[in-house]
Design a protein around this ligand. Sequence first.
Ligand code: FE2
Length: 291
Amino acid sequence: MKRFECANDGTLSSEMLTAYDSDGYLVLERFFSNTECDSLRERANHLIEETDITALSSVFSTTAHSHAKDEYFQTSGDKIRFFLESESLNESGELKYPATESVNKIGHALHDLDPVFSRFSRSDKLNRLAQQIGYTDPKLLQSMYIFKSPRIGGEVNCHQDSTFLYTDPLSCTGFWVALEDATVENGCMYALPGEHKGPLKERFHRNDNGDLTFTAIEEPDWKAQAVALEAKKGSLVLLHGKLPHLSGANRSDNSRHAYTLHVIDGSCHYPADNWLVRSDDMPLTGFETPA
Ligand code: FE2
């Protein structure tokens, strides 16, 4: 797997842009410092400590998809909400582990509602990256802090991010940051190189009844072998919105924290039946520092 290290200001070389175009992903090592990574970890822990996790019941699982029925999930697009690991609960629905090890992820508007995450998400170098991969009006749509906790971190099945963050034309890109070393052992991502050049398989959206559902678009013919995107702490992985990717369960003793920011282009149509909705008083913002 190719790895790169870009300039401090986020400037990409032509070799990096060529690799991204050909593979659909780009691993940039040492993009963020250990201090920057640790600031997000500390903030996420703080947010959990401020919250009564024991009162939560929404489990996030890409295999069972039970969260899709939860109003708590459905209305989380412009909130900071906490979703549990399915294996964090005992048969009575009580937490078996400490709160910080029971959460699957925090989502989905950390970048707008929390000052630490907002600052991190709006760094000049991320803005520079977005410009170089073709955004003319980048909008920060979704942010997630992913825990992938030791022993119980759930798998994420193979998907394309544009399935969930759909625009017409497609414009979603994931900016994924390793806040700890991500390895095969602790559940790093895998991707199918080059398959972003094929079709989008499906859309996740609200149907006429208001329920969240998947609708098939085109059956892809993915032939590429999955590549492990092992990434050192501080690495940034760019993920094309149509790139199929996944991650396994974490059965190791080490967590695999990551932060991911998804960007779309404001010049593209954002359908009203997309799962992620925001209230009128929280319009999408770009990389500029909020007033
Ligand atoms: Fe994804």
